[in-house]
Design a protein around this ligand. Structure first.
Ligand code: ASP
Ligand code: MG
Length: 443
């Protein structure tokens, strides 16, 4: 059994849905297919929740009819058989009415989650109907019937597995279509795996059914060694370890949701990153095999806040760090980078929800300064700190004012904190220094 996940762009147009049908036909194993919403639809639904919260009827009307038109057009061009088309139109209207009703209920977190996950519901319904009409027989299994994820940081895979088995009972369909992103929380209420969470759905399901592999189909030929949005001449990486992929995804690589690999690591299920627009391309294989040690890739994460905490009481005192960390812990705010001197500590956070409270507490015994608009540049590879090539990264200090460096925290990661305005220059400089063949010496 394989799990195949198709992202927003992959399911984002009629042409692409037809491409996916071809991919599914070529892949002979039993499959569970996890789909995202069509690209842009979840953003529209987020906007819809804002109108619903504000009881803005005009906004709700406009967006629900926009959604209906968009999906109606897909049905219209995708489905040839008139009676199937009518059936899908009818059910689309039914689902749009459900969304409309939700918008008029007492607003709550669960209502919000129900609305934003409708993008996946609408798309999978149409896609499953299309495949069946084309003779690609499949069963649509709603994720809300089995994705019981009480703790999104550490899903109980056995629970998902049990629920899944219960739904399938004795029948074992060879092609199942389901939705990414949606889950049920500890109260059994509809919730989400956060934006971009469909990748995570795929690996949770992969672990639950002991899949032979999980394929993440997207619009690029694998994970690149630098951010292709800002840097020319980047290359896809053929093999990554789970560690490398997790670091890169956490520190900004947009192609993967940060938690994607965690459910499959223990079961050693490989995750393949594939390109819907070039199915023959090798892509990236993520597994526990170390194919090559040393420098692999660079990624960047924005919206980082740097916090400096200074106090003379720290001098030769013990227990000081504990006191500081406890404050962050109380506000469930995780720390990414950290550097210390004898009387000061600098650290970074990306979640500033409780920043005011944290500052207020620490201010009572230390001087605290907060600086925003930083980016973490993360240089990753198994044993990267032993790779002689990577030392060239320190030449960056001649060009950019680096605020913090984290080196040696693990063998696999070196992180730099730079002002976001210097992010692109840093990525380009590092690309030149670390990945381009020694052109300078040849010249
Ligand atoms: N549709 C959701 C989003 O846009 C989940 C996903 O695409 O992974 O965030
Ligand atoms: Mg994604």
């Amino acid at each position: 059994m394989k799990v195949l996940k198709f992202g927003g762009t992959s399911v984002g147009s009629v042409k692409n849905l037809q491409r996916i049908k071809d991919i599914l036909t070529i892949e002979k194993d039993d499959k569970i297919v996890v789909c995202s919403a069509m690209s842009g639809v979840t953003d529209i639904l987020v906007k819809l929740t804002q109108y619903a919260r504000l009881k803005d009827d005009e906004g709700v009307n406009t967006i629900t009819s926009q959604l209906e038109t968009k999906h109606r057009e897909v049905i219209d061009s995708l489905i040839k058989d008139e009676s199937v088309k009518m059936e899908l139109y009818d059910h689309l209207s039914f689902m749009i009415n459900e969304i409309f009703d939700l918008c008029h209920r007492q607003f709550s977190e669960s209502i919000e989650a129900q609305i934003v996950t409708y993008g996946e519901t609408l798309l999978t319904y149409i896609f499953s109907g299309y495949l069946n009409a084309e003779g690609v027989v499949n069963t649509l299994v709603p994720a809300k019937d089995f994705m019981f994820v009480e703790n999104t940081d550490s899903p109980n895979i056995n629970l998902v597995a049990q629920r899944f088995k219960k739904i399938l009972k004795s029948e074992e369909p060879s092609l199942i279509i389901t939705q990414g992103f949606v889950c049920r929380d500890h109260l059994g209420q509809i919730s989400t795996l956060k934006r971009g969470g469909s990748d995570y759905t795929a690996t949770i399901i992969g672990a639950a059914v002991n899949a032979s592999e999980v394929q993440i189909w997207t619009d690029i030929d694998g994970l690149h060694n630098n951010d292709p949005r800002y840097v020319d001449d980047t290359n896809p990486i053929a093999h990554l370890t789970y560690n490398e992929a997790a670091e890169l995804a956490y520190f900004g690589a947009k192609i993967l949701h940060p938690q994607t690999v965690s459910p499959v690591v223990d079961k050693d299920i490989p995750v393949l990153l594939k390109n819907t627009f070039d199915p023959g391309a090798t892509g990236t294989v993520i597994s526990d095999r170390v194919h090559q040690k040393g420098l692999k890739a660079i990624s960047a994460k924005d919206n980082i806040t740097a916090i400096k905490i200074k106090s003379n009481r720290m001098l030769m005192a013990h227990g000081y760090l504990k006191q500081i960390f406890e404050v962050f812990d109380r506000y469930a705010t995780s720390i990414d980078m950290i550097t210390t001197s004898e009387i000061a500590i600098s650290l970074t956070i990306d979640n500033t929800e409780f920043l005011d409270q944290i500052v207020a507490e620490i201010e009572t015994y230390a001087e605290i300064t907060v600086e925003e608009q930083y980016s973490i540049i993360c240089i990753v590879g198994e044993s990267v700190i032993k790779d002689q090539k990577s030392y060239k990264l320190f030449e960056i200090l001649n060009h950019i004012s680096v605020r913090m460096i984290s080196y040696g925290g693990s063998d696999n990661n070196i992180s730099l904190l730079v002002p976001t305005k210097d992010k692109i220059a840093t990525l380009r400089f590092l690309n030149k220094k670390l990945f381009q063949k020694e052109k300078e010496t040849v010249l």
